[in-house]
Design a binder for this molecule. Structure first.
Ligand code: ADP
Ligand code: F6P
Length: 468
């Protein structure tokens, strides 16, 4: 088996430094646990000088060797907070209203990609298979090809890909699309994303689909496909079972005092629809006076990307909404929303999911959403909770037992909460069973193996527009 090299901007924190709140790190760590490999990425630290950022820090955890670099403050601002999270993130989540297309950030984005390529190229051996993750690193393969690297290189996008008319609002859309053609395989979460992407390539005149899933751009042919990401289903279930003995989980159970528990767990991100979710819960409280004092909504939301102005703004808005709803509905012995801004241990999280009667996962747009899958995996088979899921999450294409909602429609999302609370046991079991079977079959290892198999069977041809 060839050595696998994974490259991502974010890597999991060291085992003793808490949980990672982010699907990419959680999923890849699980997928690599058995297979092993080299994982290159950003340490999360700031380098004082450019020379310092060249120093590679190595960390070994089980079968995984991490090769990490610090980024200078300027690199973080332009590449990470700037182009990746103020231009690409909102654009790919259909939020043109929040996108900021800045030339300096764009230059920084391509510069940091060239830097990662330089660091990586020095470590590549002839048989290595390289797997690049997510929107931070789109130009990486083109940079590697320019350095003469001919290894198989795959790319997986963890987030959505919008229709062409949205993507073409990006001033540098052609440059990015061309960069994709240096990969051997480009993977998306769902078919709809892959179709949107192919349509962008075709409309930009970059080539044609020779057969479904194979695209020819100049002399180069590469594959495009959907590979829905999964979770470590069996593992998460057993963690949830064990978590019933967890002290914090027990404390939570006591504090609930027989109230129904509704749970939301997301990074503090506008794509997650947290504000709209709270407003939907408010509608539910307004329309269901009998539920007052009998339900608790726990929202666990660690801060994320706080250096990006749109995130700082949203942090304020959500805190205000939670405060206003609590002010309006609380009683001396009941608070309708418990709002927590930190990560919790995976065991605790699994235990809280297991205890919950409703999982509220209502992103305005999401590539997949692993929280939805974790919630299902954690349920008690004989008395499972109900998943209320946005139709705009990739997970909605797979989890057919969820109650699907339009997160922009607070009235009907509020109604879905009421319906979920009243749902008979038989229906809950039937819905849960069908979702759990799906998650058992298509877990994170299936995702990893099916992507790598598709990559390994793709033959190597020269990069689009390259001289190599
Ligand atoms: P994203 O990648 O956009 O953050 P996902 O739902 O796909 O969204 O993945 C989030 C991952 O981070 C999940 O594995 C989830 O359990 C974890 N996570 C999210 N919030 C927390 C939290 N407060 N504490 C611990 N883990 C969290
Ligand atoms: O899963 C989507 C994603 O954007 C990952 O690429 C990223 O690691 C994660 O969310 C968390 O975001 P960040 O790395 O900016 O903290």
């Amino acid at each position: 088996m060839s050595r696998l090299i994974v490259v991502s901007n974010r890597v999991p924190p060291p085992a003793d430094k808490g949980a990672s709140a982010g699907g990419l790190a959680v999923a890849l760590q699980a997928a690599l646990r058995d297979r092993g490999g080299l994982w290159l990425g950003w340490s999360g630290e700031t380098a004082a000088t450019e020379a310092e950022s060249e120093e590679i820090k190595t960390r070994v955890e089980g079968n995984i060797t991490f090769s990490l670099v610090d980024l200078t403050k300027r690199d973080q601002e332009e590449y990470y907070s700037g182009f990746a999270n103020r231009a690409l993130w909102p654009l790919l989540h259909y939020r043109l209203d929040l996108a900021d297309f800045d030339r300096r950030d764009t230059t920084g984005y391509f510069r940091v990609n060239a830097f990662f390529a330089r660091i990586l190229a020095a470590q590549i051996q002839p048989d290595d298979v390289i797997w690049v993750q997510d929107y931070h690193l789109i130009p990486l393969a083109a940079e590697l090809r320019a350095r003469g690297i001919t290894n198989k290189i795959g790319f997986f996008l963890h987030i959505p890909w919008p229709p062409a008319d949205v993507f073409f609002a990006m001033p540098w859309h052609r440059r990015l699309l061309e960069a994709f053609t240096s990969y051997d395989l480009v993977g998306f979460q769902i078919d709809y994303d892959a179709e949107n992407f192919v349509n962008c390539l075709v409309r930009e005149g970059l080539g044609r689909e020779t057969s479904r899933g194979t695209f020819k751009a100049g002399e180069r042919e590469f594959k495009i496909g959907a590979f829905p990401i999964g979770i470590e289903t069996a593992e998460f279930t057993s963690v949830a079972v064990e978590a019933e003995h967890n002290a914090l989980v027990k404390r939570m159970a006591v504090s609930l005092n027989n109230r129904k528990l509704i749970i939301g767990v997301d990074r503090l991100d506008y794509s997650k629809g947290i504000d709209q979710r709270m407003l939907a819960y408010e509608r539910f409280l307004e329309n269901t006076p009998s539920a007052h004092g009998k339900v608790t909504y726990l929202q666990v939301t660690p801060k994320s990307r706080s250096d990006v102005p749109e995130y700082a703004e949203m942090q304020r808005e959500i805190a205000e909404t939670a405060g206003r709803i609590n002010g309006a509905f609380s009683d001396i012995d009941w608070v309708p929303i418990r709002y927590i801004n930190r990560t919790v241990k995976r065991t605790t999280l699994a235990g809280l999911f297991r205890m919950a009667d409703i999982g509220l996962v209502t992103p305005l747009r999401d590539g997949m959403n692993l929280v939805a899958k974790e919630f299902v995996a954690a349920q008690k088979p004989e008395d499972p909770g109900v998943l209320v899921l946005s139709r705009f999450a990739g997970a909605a294409r797979e989890l057919d037992g969820a109650v699907l909602v339009n997160p922009y429609d607070m009235e009907s999302t509020g109604g879905a909460i009421a319906g979920a609370i009243e749902m008979p046991l038989e229906e809950r079991i039937a819905r849960w069973r069908s979702m759990y079977d799906q998650l058992t079959r298509y877990d994170v290892n299936y995702w990893c193996e099916s992507f790598l198999k598709a990559l390994e069977t793709q033959h190597n041809v020269p990069a689009f527009g390259s001289q190599n």
